[in-house]
Design a protein. Structure first.
Length: 654
């Protein structure tokens, strides 16, 4: 075996090398590569070595030209037949001997074909063969091989009359014959215009327009209700009404009406010769025996064609073709959701990978590459409920200890796109110890009382206990009780590595500082906050003593100033807090704005927050998804905000 090394520039590509000793004269070499799906042999390369004793510089590498295939009959690409058979002729030129010549009918090999040397030209061979067709629409091509490899001819198309294919069948119209006739049309429809994987790239480019039938043939194959027999359905396009449509998106809804006195068994829609399943069908309210057909289709870039095949008890009918031209192909765009940042530190061996992939054309595959190897490959995806060009990608991966390199490789018809790298560092978790301090202040002696904070605090306490927190909780606490609880909390902090502070109640900012208001506060003027309220900085400063911990501050307190007697100085909402690393601070609404007390038993923010806390996802996603939900449910009136300086991804629930 040769030496094999992965390419440093292209994923899934390998560089092969091997030193060989050649004999004098002509030598041939080739590679045979095998993976889990198939074995492939390369083209041969020839080395001509001079006789011993001659100058070594005269060594030459020789590669004979590939075969050249020229059609003799038919000369045109599209042929209408009067029967179900035809004789084909072609010539093949090959400077070196031919190793095989194979004819493919509807992409199925017909076995090796006999050839005979041309009497008038050296290195030229004649091919003659009579073919019998079993479909209405047929395509053929010839593949010839010599020492240089295979060459494929241009494709030739043949249209057979339906009567010639069914002439030998009994005329009685029984159910089996309806199925058989339908299968002939559907089978031919499913094979026309499909790309041929055996045709080399150079031949494909030469014949890139061969899949579209010429104007002369189109008049036959696309005539209204082609193959229609008496009593079979009659199909009329409603939208589009014209044969050619230019699109500025990759999606369109097509509609048609079908008349069928005996009812319809099925209506299939074909896109570029491939069935897209049954179309939506309902009876016309205005005409008996008439049906309305509708289906939404995603088109590929460039030119697309569609047609309908309708079947009733009398037979099957194929509609006219409709052509759609789309914008050029665009490669996928990959947006990471989880992990959102890199590097990410996790303590669990497995992690849920999430991303959004924007692809205006159908997404073919998505590979997840972990540490240079494909760990998963998916071919079926769920699109976003609001945009069918956005694909939601999720998978769970197993990590090795230390750093793991993660990429996503998404492929559509325009090609493949590699995502940004995500580095995930897996360190087995130390035993986590979690501590929380929860306040809920509703009943104020001075100022407006609130309905939800006590309920919110109780809900948060239950959620945190389920997530493994030891919880200190105070309800309707005055200033002395709040200070005592904060002191108890800070005294316990050195024994814990995860700390969470939650406050629901009245809050305010004065002179750029944020305050939590105890229930017994006497606030006659803004400056009283310095003496009667609790500064948020008082709690945050304690967290800064433990930057290696995961420190979380949640303030559902940005409510309107309840002290209307203040003439000036009290501003609505909270202001951003300056803090150091290791901490995330979350506000129920954006800076300088207010949040309403909820209409139900709980405030809107806390109610949505605890739902997200119970989902296995990073803390970043907990707050992100909460923000999106609150924003949606409040009609953009309340937009939560966070300031995040955590040192790594953190998971409340794993």
């Amino acid at each position: 075996e040769p030496e094999m090394n992965p390419s440093v520039t292209e994923l899934g590509s390998y560089l092969l090398s091997k030193s060989l000793n050649f004999e004098p004269g002509e030598n041939s070499v080739y590679f045979v590569a095998t993976n889990g799906k198939d074995t492939v042999t390369s083209g041969k390369r020839y080395f001509i070595i001079p006789a011993l004793g001659k100058n070594a510089d005269s060594v030459k590498v020789f590669l004979p030209p590939p075969p050249e295939i020229t059609w003799t009959d038919p000369l045109v690409k599209n042929t209408n037949l009067k029967s179900s058979s035809a004789e084909i002729k072609a010539t093949v030129k090959s400077a070196s001997g031919l190793t095989s010549v194979v004819i493919y009918l509807n992409k199925v090999s017909q076995g090796e074909t006999e050839i005979k040397p041309s009497p008038g030209e050296a290195n030229s061979y004649i091919i003659e063969k009579t073919l019998s067709f079993k479909q209405v629409e047929n395509n053929i091509y010839i593949e010839a091989k010599n020492a240089s490899g295979p060459t494929a001819s241009e494709i030739r198309y043949f249209i057979c009359p339906l009567s010639s294919l069914t002439a030998n069948k009994t005329a009685v119209k029984t159910a089996p014959k309806v199925v058989e006739t339908t299968s002939i049309v559907a089978e031919s429809a499913s094979k026309i215009n499909e790309p041929n994987p055996r045709i080399p790239e150079n031949a494909t480019k030469k014949n890139e327009n061969a899949s579209r039938i010429s104007e002369n043939t189109t008049k036959v194959a696309e005539s209204p209700n082609a193959g229609n027999t008496a009593g079979a359905p009659l199909i009329t396009w409603t939208s589009p009404s014209g044969s050619n449509t230019n699109l500025d998106t990759y999606n369109a809804t097509v509609r048609a009406s079908i008349k069928s006195k005996s009812g319809l068994n099925s209506v299939l829609l074909y896109l570029n010769g491939i069935s897209k399943g049954e179309a939506d069908m309902k009876s016309s309210p205005n005409e008996t025996g008439s049906f309305l057909i509708e289906k939404n289709i995603n088109f590929g870039p460039g030119e697309n064609n569609i047609y309908l095949v309708a079947t009733n008890s009398e037979g099957a009918t194929k509609s006219e073709l409709r052509y759609f031209t789309n914008p050029s192909a665009v490669a996928p765009v990959i947006i990471w959701s989880n992990p959102a940042t890199s590097p990410a530190l996790v303590n669990a061996e497995s992690i849920n990978i999430e991303a959004s992939i924007k692809s205006p054309t159908d997404l073919k595959s998505v590979k997840l590459i972990v540490n240079g190897e494909t760990q998963t490959e998916d071919n079926v995806f769920q699109t976003s409920s609001s945009d069918n060009s956005i694909y939601n990608y999720q998978t769970i991966i197993i990590l090795k200890k230390g750093e793991n390199s993660i990429y996503i490789n998404a492929t559509n018809i325009a090609g493949s796109k590699i995502s940004e790298q995500r580095v995930i560092k897996y360190e087995p978790a130390m035993a986590e110890k979690r501590l929380a301090l929860v306040f809920g202040n509703s009943d104020y002696k001075k100022g407006a009382s609130l309905k939800n904070p006590v309920n919110d605090a109780n809900l948060m306490e239950g959620t945190l206990k389920e997530l493994g927190f030891d919880v200190i909780k105070r309800l309707n606490a005055g200033k002395d009780e709040m200070i005592a609880a904060i002191r108890e909390f800070t005294d316990k902090l050195p024994k814990y590595n995860v700390a969470l502070f939650y406050y629901a109640g009245h809050g305010n900012q004065v002179d750029g500082k944020n305050f939590l208001i105890p229930t017994d506060a006497l606030l006659e003027k803004p400056t009283d906050c310095k003496f009667e309220a609790i500064a948020v900085d008082f709690v945050v400063d304690e967290f800064e003593r433990y930057p290696d911990n995961a420190n979380i501050v949640i303030l559902d307190a940005c409510r309107n100033n309840p002290y209307a007697s203040w003439a000036r100085g009290g501003e609505a909402g909270f202001k951003q807090i300056t803090f150091t690393s290791g901490t995330v601070i979350a506000f129920a609404t954006s800076e300088g704005a207010t949040a309403a007390d909820g209409k139900g038993a709980n405030g809107l923010y806390t109610e949505e927050l605890v739902k997200q806390m119970n989902i296995p996802q990073s803390l970043h996603n907990v707050f992100l998804n909460t923000r999106n939900q609150v924003r949606k449910l409040s009609n953009n009136q309340q937009v939560p905000m966070e300031w995040d300086k955590l040192n790594s991804d953190f998971y409340l629930k794993k």
